[in-house]
Ligand binder design. Structure first.
Ligand code: G
Ligand code: G
Ligand code: NA
Ligand code: MN
Length: 254
């Protein structure tokens, strides 16, 4: 398709960029990491959302080289932040199910760490249900191998899947990311209050950290703090932003 050849060109011409969204620890109030989110910056300056090109990239398989670029770029940039005097922030990278099908994820991740010099404990990989749904044994094997190197894993969009609880049981993960749909109406909707409490308690009783995504208001922050949620991410603390802006934000809070 036209989109495919455009994307191939985008990769070759280095039109992809990463934006970073801060992740804040609620106890310290400090930025402890960032989620890397890909954007396509076209010739004409337009910024295309991943929602508008990743589905087709998954269809065509181009998601594999795109994801590999994202992983290498995120590791490279995060490693450069510490050289620039920033604290050793965590960087979270989204993985796609297709990667697990088409490549040796373990090798690709270890190669990105080696090439960048990023300390492995600073890399977190975000897993979605589409990864956890299939080929469980092979995925578990890759995750365990990487975990042995210090890489951590989170379950993205937690609570929205068909079998979220079995993922927690079957996969070696370190963190639950409460899906933003539960955060959106947190104050008014009694069910969401109960669900957030249940996820925080589940996580903590299994020794997992819990982060809420889609946090947009001070009231939501207060609520999540009261519930004992460990970390937050959302527009309230910062939209996904270019690396230079993220670095400035971290510097300003230091
Ligand atoms: O950043 P944003 O709002 O536009 O992201 C839209 C969707 O694209 C989200 O579901 C996000 O997880 C996904 N996404 C963003 N960057 C990446 C990436 O590098 N790899 C994968 N697999 N998904 C991504
Ligand atoms: O979970 P996923 O990786 O799909 O989430 C990343 C997406 O969520 C990005 O598109 C990002 O722009 C979006 N996002 C981040 N923070 C917020 C927020 O506070 N509110 C809403 N509505 N979307 C957010
Ligand atoms: Na994500
Ligand atoms: Mn998410």
């Amino acid at each position: 398709t036209v989109l495919d050849s455009d994307m191939r060109r985008a990769l070759a011409k280095k039109e992809l960029v990463l934006h970073y969204q801060p992740q804040v620890n609620l106890a310290s109030g400090r930025i402890v990491g960032a989620e890397a989110l890909v954007r396509w910056r076209k010739d004409n300056g337009d910024l295309v959302s991943p929602a508008d090109f990743l589905p087709q990239a998954e269809e065509s398989g181009l998601i594999v080289p795109i994801s590999e670029w994202v992983l290498n770029e995120a590791c490279r940039e995060a490693a450069s932040w510490t050289r620039d005097g920033l604290p050793p922030l965590r960087v979270a990278v989204n993985l796609s199910a297709i990667q697990f099908r088409k490549q040796n994820v373990e090798q690709v991740v270890l190669a990105a760490l080696a090439a960048s010099g990023l300390e492995s404990g600073r890399l977190e990989l975000e897993l979605t249900e589409s990864i956890l749904l299939h080929d469980t044994e092979r995925v578990v094997h890759s995750l365990r191998a990487l975990q042995a190197h210090g890489v951590t894993f989170s379950i993205d969009d937690f609570g929205t899947g068909y079998s979220s609880l079995s993922y927690v049981r079957n996969f070696p993960v370190n963190r639950l990311k409460i899906d933003r749909s539960f955060i959106h109406n947190l104050r008014e909707d009694g069910n969401d209050v109960a669900i957030v409490r249940a996820i925080v308690n589940l996580g903590h009783s299994l020794n997992l950290d819990v982060i809420a995504e889609g946090v947009e208001t001070a009231a939501q922050v207060g609520h999540l703090r009261a519930e004992g949620c460990d970390e937050v991410q959302g527009f309230y603390f910062g939209r996904p932003m270019p690396a230079a802006d993220f670095i400035d934000l971290v510097r300003r809070e230091a």
